[in-house]
Write a new protein. Structure first.
Length: 288
């Protein structure tokens, strides 16, 4: 039995008429087929006859003209309007394309996808290289830090991995060296410091084992690994080195702003230079 059987039952696709529009819809088709989700296609901008016909053509071409799917056209500020649509439609997952690396100025100002990722109240999937012939998520890396959100995040990653028949799912426990350093500031002997660290690691391992026991991950090769370093940075580095298809992280604990990009929140390391597709998991809680 999985803690989360299907975390994404209703998915919004942020559609822009860019060169990657067709590839994004191809990915949307695979998401619907794998997860059995209803899709909501969202375009922010003035509706023109040609754009409307083009979008309908693409939706038909990729077999997405199901009665369970819908198209929403809205005008207004892009980020705020998409956020409003997600709330009004009770969306579980927002999907958008994202450049792998933005220039410094654009990063600090924030691209649309990155702005959405910092504000959205549902989970978000950022596709770095949507493909007109989607290859799926074969190699998944997921955050396994000692945090209340990790239980749901790991369960969601397992659900996605099973749906996509992924080859591997790597759960990474990050040991924050700055926290370990605080222990050494206390008036403790070296042996006492090591005992505290050992107990800390053992407690985290027990929590992860308990999470895995609550989920059926049969058919998936699940590996756990502990790495030391700055949370957010080291897992992104690991995902890049392992050539992961998907990095799965907890949603931030608070709405982020410019100060978080100067003194980065864990997730900002991934947003600054995406190592691969990024899934930010959040239990959907809308205030209606």
């Amino acid at each position: 039995m999985n803690l989360v059987e299907n975390p994404f039952k209703k998915i919004a696709i942020a559609v822009a008429f860019s060169p990657r529009c067709e590839a994004l819809l191809a990915e949307a088709k695979q998401l619907q087929d794998k997860l059995g989700a209803a899709l909501v296609f969202v375009h922010i901008g003035k509706k023109t006859f040609h754009q409307e016909q083009y979008l309908k053509h693409l939706i038909h071409r990729f077999g997405l003209d199901s009665k369970n799917n819908k198209i929403i056209w809205e005008e207004g500020e892009t980020v705020d309007t998409i956020l409003a649509v997600c709330q009004n439609e009770s969306i579980d997952l927002l999907v958008a394309g994202a450049l792998e690396k933005e220039n410094l100025l654009k990063y600090f100002l924030g691209g649309v996808a990155r702005k959405l990722s910092r504000k959205v109240k549902c989970s978000m999937l950022m596709l770095t290289e949507p493909n007109i012939h989607p290859t799926g998520f074969k190699n998944i890396v997921v955050e396994g830090s000692d945090h209340p959100k990790s239980e749901y995040t790991i369960a969601a990653a397992i659900a996605v991995g099973k749906a996509y028949q992924s080859a591997s799912l790597n759960i990474i426990q990050e040991t924050d060296l700055s926290k370990m350093a605080l222990i050494r500031h206390e008036e403790l002997k070296e042996a006492e410091v090591e005992a505290i660290k050992e107990e800390f690691v053992k407690e985290e391992d027990h929590k992860l084992e308990a999470i895995l026991k609550c989920n059926d991950y049969s058919g998936l090769t699940v590996c756990t690994e502990r790495i030391e370093g700055k949370p957010g940075y080291v897992i992104s580095k690991f995902a890049r080195e392992k050539q992961a298809d998907l990095l799965v992280l907890n949603s931030p604990d608070k709405q982020m702003n410019l100060i978080d990009r100067v003194f980065p929140h864990d997730i900002e390391f991934a947003l600054a230079d995406l190592p691969c597709n990024l899934l930010i998991v959040q239990e959907t809680q809308y205030t209606l």
